[in-house]
Design a binder for this molecule. Structure first.
Ligand code: SAM
Ligand code: SF4
Length: 423
């Protein structure tokens, strides 16, 4: 993850957030600042609602929504490329979309064109890896930046979340991808839950012996429809980091590992990482996606903590599903097509500028407004020390509660676990 030049916006946002946290400006002033300086950076596209697995931890319960024909996606991508520098193909399982390679080839052409114009553009895909063997030859011909394959631990730990025999199949496919020359492009995406930390450490150890060197570890985020106690406790994360550092010191290749602390759901981890001197505030940099990060070096490997202080939904990210413009993936935790209530418009028909303008209006205002309300009840929560935990996620939870999709008890428990953490 290269360090890049900081833009004015990135430089200014941090002090503004500090001012807000010190009660020197109101959320309205912070919101106005973001609105006036906002830049769209990343688009995530959901090509299909279908999946060939049913993982225990999966936030993605939404079954509803139409699969867009390739021509519609091409139209959307051609409009988006003028506004974002990274496009990622995600859910549910992108390799089940029949024209997935055609979509990736559009990215390839855009990337080539941008390279000629000396402009930045990259694209990635996240897959569960089950169909990699079918697509390996075609993927190897593409100029994809990263191919993310999800593995939630070595062996049984992966199967416990994803189903019996899945680990072995994905590992076989991964080795086929390495043989096809894709090792440098592969990113292993792992979701850290309470009891898979040892299995993720083993994954890093074993796969680094097999030419794979990029790993991205994300915290599990609880939903009302998944087991909220899969969320790792603070002590589990701290122990995990300690053991990971030991492994990195012994690894022969140059591994790159990132631990993603995603706001607003995971703000609670940040103060503990800072208090335990794992992250020093003065060491914070900004990557090309506008994420704040801290880099630590161990032998020839690097460990990155990637985080943010405020939810990037709507102003930095767009998620497009069935053509609908969403701020982020959170609405997809709601069943059926309820996620459509969070759409600001349709990307097939409407100009990107108008959609983005609409997104920066009411939705962003609602996202930030929740901060003040949460602060009233959770004023002692450490989550507010360096982060703004109010955001899109809490707005979606509130909608689910209003619709009677789960009880107030479940809602309160999720708020508590995300704002106070598990000891
Ligand atoms: C939703 S999946 C879509 C792509 C593909 N089906 C896969 O599994 O890689 C994208 C990533 O989100 C992760 N994920 C799913 N549910 C999660 C949750 N509740 N918390 C954190 N990450 C989650 C998955 O493990 C996967 O790495
Ligand atoms: S995590 Fe990916 S593979 Fe698993 S159920 Fe969700 S979308 Fe499907």
């Amino acid at each position: 993850m290269p360090k890049t030049n900081q833009t004015m916006f990135e430089i200014d946002l941090l002090p503004k957030i500090r001012q807000y946290l010190n009660n020197q400006i109101t959320w309205k002033q912070l919101y106005e600042f973001i609105r006036q300086n906002a830049e769209l950076r990343v688009a995530e596209l959901d090509l299909t609602n279908r999946c060939n697995l049913g993982c225990k931890h999966c936030f993605y319960t939404a079954e509803g929504g139409e699969e867009l024909p390739f021509e519609d996606w091409r139209k959307i991508i051609r409009k988006l490329e003028k506004h974002v520098s990274i496009i990622s193909v995600v859910g549910k399982e992108p390799l089940l979309y029949k024209d997935v390679i055609k979509v990736l080839k559009v990215f390839d052409r855009i990337k080539k064109q941008k390279k000629d114009e000396k402009k930045q553009f990259g694209y990635t895909m996240v897959t569960n890896g089950l169909l990699l063997d079918v697509y390996i030859d075609e993927l190897a011909k593409l100029d994809i930046d990263f191919l993310d394959v999800s593995l939630d631990g070595w062996g049984e730990a992966h199967d416990k979340l994803r189903g019996k025999g899945v680990f072995k199949r994905v590992l076989n496919n991964l080795m086929l991808a390495v043989d096809a020359g894709l090792a440098d492009k592969i990113f292993i995406d792992s979701t850290l839950i309470e009891d898979n930390s040892q299995a993720i450490l083993k994954l890093v150890k074993e796969l680094s012996k097999r030419e794979i060197k990029n790993f991205s570890i994300a915290m599990y985020f609880p939903t009302p429809f998944t087991d909220m106690f899969l969320m790792p406790s603070i002590s589990t994360l701290l122990k995990f980091v300690k053991n990971l550092r030991k492994i990195l010191k012994s690894i022969k290749i140059s591994a790159q590992i990132s631990i993603d602390i995603r706001p607003p759901i995971h703000c609670v981890y940040l103060p503990y990482l800072i208090d335990n001197k794992i992250i020093k505030v003065n060491d914070i940099w900004i990557d090309e996606l506008g994420n704040f990060f801290v880099e630590k070096r161990y032998a020839s490997s690097a460990l990155f903590f990637r985080f943010s202080f405020i939810d990037p939904a709507y102003w930095q990210y767009v998620r497009i599903k069935s053509g609908e413009w969403l701020g982020s993936c959170e609405p997809l935790i709601l069943p059926g097509t309820l996620w459509k209530q969070f759409s600001v418009g349709n990307a097939v028909d409407e100009p990107i500028e108008e959609l983005y303008k609409k997104a920066l209006d009411k939705p962003l205002q609602n996202v930030i407004k929740i901060i003040d309300e949460l602060k009233k009840t959770y004023s002692k929560s450490k989550a507010f020390k360096y982060c703004l935990p109010g955001g899109f996620y809490y707005q979606v939870l509130r909608k689910g509660l209003q619709l009677g999709l789960f009880s107030k008890q479940v809602y309160d428990k999720i708020l508590k676990i995300t704002l106070e953490g598990r000891k």
